[in-house]
Design a protein around this ligand. Structure first.
Ligand code: C5P
Length: 237
């Protein structure tokens, strides 16, 4: 039986935001949390990655703000949850693995720095809010997209550990990677994400900051669940 979660302040479904830099574990935590609570899941990074892939496929200049904003506005993307796994379709074609390639990661950070791109994708992200609730994973979920979220988490980890996690993930998929290159990429993306004008990566004032360096994922999840149950009251089943 699925419990109903009540948000006390307003009638909108509750939102839990998980923001932080790449490799902090937020994607894993967001997925586990959404499954545990039976909430919808927004992987906003996948949206920026898909916009970047669409731009790369069309040979759009990644410094052309107007052209990139147009790509984002016209983006024909669909997220399908299949056996608990998120599949991403761009113009009807499966791009689930393509959007995780390193060249797309770097391009996504560049594309995401363009205010017109962020504006074009804002309402699409808000449309994910539905009953019984939403877990939203990204960089500006708690600051810009869902400033009224009931629970805001800002998850961090040291850059070396984040690079090691990413390397393990990619090696697990049979992709050979250099730890040094990954660390460089992660630092470059951090710099871009934290220093851009539009919605920079930063904790919301009311976010709870958690450092996952050296902490296993189950322990982080338990900590987050405690915060969630503290702030979102389970309602009538
Ligand atoms: O989370 P993920 O690594 O998939 O995100 C890819 C890129 O998309 C990030 O490096 C960041 O530049 C951008 N992004 C963003 N705002 C979000 C989510 C992702 O700017 N809410």
């Amino acid at each position: 039986m699925c419990k109903k979660y009540m948000s006390d302040a307003n009638e909108l479904p509750p939102v839990i935001t998980i923001d932080g830099p790449s490799g902090s574990g937020k994607g894993t935590i967001a997925k586990l949390l959404a499954a545990r609570l039976n909430f919808a899941l927004l992987d906003s990074g996948a949206l920026y990655r898909t916009a970047a892939l669409a731009a790369l496929n069309r040979g759009v200049d990644l410094t052309s703000e107007i052209a990139l904003a147009q790509v984002a506005k016209a983006l024909d993307v669909r997220f399908v949850v299949d056996n608990g796994r998120l599949r991403v379709l761009l113009e009807g074609r499966e791009v689930t693995s393509d959007i995780r390639m390193e060249r797309v990661s770097m391009a996504a950070s560049k594309v995401a720095a363009i205010p017109g791109v962020r504006a074009a994708l804002l309402q699409r992200q808000r449309n994910f809010r539905r009953l019984p609730g939403l877990v939203a994973d990204g960089r500006d979920m708690g600051t810009t997209v869902f400033p009224d979220a009931q629970v805001k988490i800002y998850l961090t980890a040291g850059a070396e550990e984040r690079a090691r996690r990413r390397a393990a993930q990619l090696r697990g998929k049979g992709v050979s990677v250099s730890l040094r290159d990954l660390l460089e990429d992660i630092r470059a993306r951090d710099t871009l994400d934290m220093n851009r004008e539009a919605s920079p990566l930063a904790p919301a004032e009311d976010a709870v900051e958690l450092d996952s360096t050296g902490v296993d994922i189950e322990a982080v999840l338990q900590r987050v669940l405690t915060l969630v149950f503290d702030r979102i009251q389970p309602g009538v089943p």
